[in-house]
Ligand binder design. Structure first.
Ligand SMILES: [Zn+2]
Length: 370
């Protein structure tokens, strides 16, 4: 699926333009998006960028019709006559708008950096598997659910009493531990298949504590390594509640992952704007970047060399002598990271990670190869 998407992106990137590339934050948890204020930002940005009126109208109609976008970011690519594609990203990407050449770097980065999560939800007789990935799209008979989760159907061969509340099945007394064990063994194999097929890197197990612990022991080693959390949940709870719990676990696991990244950077990395940009751009030794989501800074850029210029006052490029321009640091980081093959994690919110990054690392830092 990610592979198909990469092809779609490549085909957008290869178009001559002009086209609209827009990354619109629609995340309802971000205060700036209350009462769908993003619609106003989109309208203003399209005006500023000089998007033709007819196209503006089409994009506005599409976005205004969506009262609940079911995503954190909408990635929009639209031509005046032709291409009109909207991707729903389950990740936060810095907002940007461009009319002209296609701008796909933020989407590429989102694909590279956000690992799909899987969640196996189980008890003694039921099993469900959910996947959430940066671009969750439901296919076949699947259904998109809350928080970008979609359910993947897993069918064990044994006719176990699963979920449906069948009446001809016996109460718990008859289900011996060995039956459950056999059930789990088969499910472990199926879970492994689904996990690898879906490209899931990080696995959450959810259910009654003793069941998830047992299931975890049944998993093959290469799958055990991907388990990032065991969460005690009641499968009888409403589905919306369950998915909210899973999303909370996912966010906690992401927070931990960020913290580990920052710890590693502290041990062997670069920090601060000058040092990080030099290591990324000139020395090409940064493979994983962490940057504050709200980096309020501009930097000089040479379009001809596709390079950041360290001296913010130099209107002429020191390499080729052409005119430079000011760009937001965030845009420049996205382009440099994409060009150098570095992962880029934006750290947002207000927590210990953003504090570390802001106060200790000066807003931007990177993990280095050597
Ligand atoms: Zn230059």
């Amino acid at each position: 699926m990610a592979q198909d998407l990469r092809q779609a992106i490549t085909s957008v990137a290869g178009r001559p333009g002009p086209l609209l590339s827009a990354y619109l934050s629609v995340n309802a948890d971000i205060p700036e998006n209350q009462r769908r204020a993003y619609l106003v930002r989109l309208r203003d940005a399209m005006n500023d960028e000089g998007v033709p009126e007819g196209l503006q109208q089409r994009v506005r109609e599409y976005t205004e019709d969506e009262t609940h976008p079911g995503a954190r970011t909408l990635a929009i690519f639209a031509e005046e006559d032709g291409l009109f594609e909207i991707y729903r990203l389950q990740v936060d990407v810095p907002e940007s708008f461009r009319w002209g050449d296609p701008y796909v770097a933020p989407l590429m980065l989102a694909l590279d950096e956000y690992e799909p999560y899987g969640a196996a939800v189980l008890d003694a007789e039921r099993f469900r598997y959910f996947v959430v990935s940066p671009l969750s799209t439901a296919h076949g008979d699947e259904e998109m659910k809350a928080n970008g989760f979609r359910e993947v159907n897993v069918h064990p061969s044994e006719p176990y009493p699963r979920g449906g509340g069948s009446t001809d099945l016996d109460p718990a007394g008859r289900k011996h531990q060995s039956n459950i064990h056999t059930f789990y063994k088969e499910l472990a194999g199926l879970t492994r298949d689904v996990t690898f097929r879906e490209g899931v890197q990080r696995l959450i197990l959810a259910g009654p504590r003793e069941r998830t612990a047992e299931f975890r022991r049944t998993l093959p080693n290469d799958l055990q390594e991907r388990v990032v959390a065991e969460e005690h949940v009641d499968l009888g709870a409403p589905e919306g509640e369950l998915l909210d719990r899973l999303e909370a676990v996912r966010e906690r696991a992401e927070h931990e992952r960020e913290k580990e990244l920052l710890d590693k950077i502290r041990e062997s990395g670069v920090r601060g704007l000058d040092e990080t940009v030099a290591a990324l751009q000139e020395e090409n030794r940064v493979y994983h970047l962490a940057a504050l989501w709200e980096l309020e800074a501009d930097i000089r850029w040479c379009d001809n060399d596709q390079l950041a210029i360290h001296d913010v006052s130099s209107e002429e490029c020191p390499f080729c002598g052409r005119k430079t321009r000011l760009r937001t640091l965030t845009d420049v980081l996205i382009d440099l990271a994409a060009a150098r093959g570095a992962r880029l994690d934006f750290v947002l919110g207000e927590d210990e990670n953003t504090e570390t990054l802001r106060d200790e690392f000066g807003g931007i830092a990177g993990l280095t190869r050597f």
